[in-house]
Design a protein around this ligand. Structure first.
Ligand SMILES: [Zn+2]
Length: 251
């Protein structure tokens, strides 16, 4: 498309689907909703999909931002997104999942972790509940260490290190995930309380610390196999995850 400037018709279509969210470092541009029909366990379910982009430039003139997109190679730095379901803004009782991206688990169906199962299962819980959202956090690969480092950590794990020790040996803290942007986006989409789908108290703490009214917690366990048994036990014993009785076993 040999077009230097976006025409006004294109801008008028896009403008009303973009929202500016101020952050400490600049801005988040949230685009959506896009109607997204999804194959969920053989049934077609339509979600309202949003995607967001962090940017240093803060402007209500979205044409300035769109103009820059073709030159910044966004595919090299993955963006995060949200699948909302039902009346997420106004529904009284919504459940949400903050899902950390897992290339191996979510895409390939790796059984070394329970991420793929948790992704599909939380989507199903949201649909069955009637109102909710799944936040898919693209900068959380390997608890924030990135995919390449995760491959290295897996090799260490194959040689006897647990998930926490493997990350430490590579010079990473165990968990460097940050939920600030996701929380900002959540605030932009909904102000009412939410119930979290999680086994991880740190997620509850992060959301509560941001001033978000958390109504409760729903647990999500399952898909235990010989391949991920050690991984799941480490989550409970070393990473502060709650076990199925809701007790925190952090050391
Ligand atoms: Zn995973």
């Amino acid at each position: 498309m040999a077009q230097a400037k976006l025409n006004s018709k294109v801008m008028s279509i896009l403008e009303e689907k973009i929202k500016l969210i101020h952050t400490e470092e600049g801005a988040i541009y949230l685009v959506g909703p896009v109607q997204l029909p999804v194959n969920l366990y053989g049934e077609t379910v339509t979600f309202h999909w949003y995607c967001w982009l962090n940017c240093e430039e803060v402007t209500e003139d979205f044409e300035r931002i769109i103009d820059k997109l073709s030159s910044v190679n966004l595919a090299e730095m993955q963006q995060s997104s949200v699948l909302a379901y039902g009346d997420f803004e106004n529904g009284d009782d919504a459940i949400i999942r903050m899902h950390s991206i897992c290339h191996t688990g979510d895409i390939f169906g790796s059984k070394r972790c329970d991420c793929g199962y948790q992704l599909k299962e939380s989507m199903k819980m949201i649909v069955e509940h009637g109102t909710g959202a799944l936040f898919y956090l693209a900068n959380h690969e390997g608890r924030g260490i990135g995919l390449f480092s995760k491959a290295l950590a897996y090799i260490l794990q194959e040689n006897g290190y647990d998930t926490v020790d493997a990350n430490h040996m590579l010079g990473f803290v165990n968990d460097s995930r940050n939920y600030d942007d996701a929380i900002r986006v959540l605030h932009a989409l909904r102000e009412k309380p939410v119930t979290l789908i999680t086994n991880n108290p740190k997620k509850i703490e992060a959301l509560q610390a941001s001033g978000l009214p958390v109504a409760g917690r729903k647990q999500l366990w399952g898909d235990v196999s010989e391949y991920n048994k050690n991984y799941l036990e480490t989550k409970i014993n070393r990473s502060g995850h709650l076990n199925e009785d809701g007790t925190c076993c952090n050391d």
